[in-house]
Design a protein around this ligand. Sequence first.
Ligand code: GDP
Length: 316
Amino acid sequence: MHRSRKVTLLAGGVGAARLARGLARLVKPENLTIVVNTGDDERFHGLHVSPDLDTIMYSLAGLAPWSPGWGIKDDTFTAKHALERLGAESWFALGDRDLATHIRRTQRLSEGAPLSRVTAELCAALGVRQRILPMSDDAVRTVMRTSVGALPFQDYLVKRRARPRVQGVSIRGASKAGPAPGVLRAIRGADTVIIAPSNPLVSIGPMLSVKHLRVAMQKARAKTVAVSPIINGRAVKGPLVSMLRGIGKKADNASIASLYARVASTLVVALHEAPVEKSLRGWPVFAETDTLMSDELGAERLARTLLELGEPPACG
Ligand code: GDP
């Protein structure tokens, strides 16, 4: 029933990759497009690493482990150890097979291929049939404003384990960036747009900071369903709660609703968690379901609910 629906997913990292796997069980590959955050791309060992693109790509290729959800299952770390021995910094752990992706990506980028084309090539090589698009071919970088100064995103998250107190988020390069080819068409042409359970400030936020992408999403509001990353006042993983507090917001579904008010008409929250202010004007409508994706079946169940919510009302 859902297989022929055209679905576009806005995605960050692991939570989004799990949902993408759930959606891939229900929607024809050619009908599923995933638009992915590149704000946390970074250079390591001179290589261009796109953590969210790779998490989505490896997940749909069947290479990523369900938990922790990133990297390649059973990857080895020979190169990492050798690099350490040579004096390289290695706080961002890259496995051997994973490194091959970054080497190939960097080579193709240095030959002048845009990130969207390189991503399509990598996906084809790994047998991914869904369309994965970077949000932009231009460099957009998330910078955390913290108690110890401005930090590139991976420096804040991985090197410093999200310990510095967050005071704000800056998205550098966004004002000059355009959406990657195919992104606007994917949003406009979708029957349903889904905002994954990703961090709204550092995964979805960078995408919405790209002007034409944001405008397309605002126009697509009526057909857009977002999933709250908050369950029981906590993030399933990651530093979302401290980030929200850092920018003066509470860690609850009402805050997520306020962040997505202009781009989503429905916000899916965990069972019994729709806030009492649910009728606030201009906010998305709340829908409740089990939003924790503990395994592939849980992801499929959530994906099915999202597709049902995004279905046009039956006539007559
Ligand atoms: P990011 O998107 O790269 O920032 O990283 P993740 O996808 O790992 O996590 C981002 C947000 O997604 C976190 O705030 C998590 O709470 C949320 N998240 C991860 N898995 C799930 C899940 O199964 N259900 C829900 N509702 N949220 C999740």
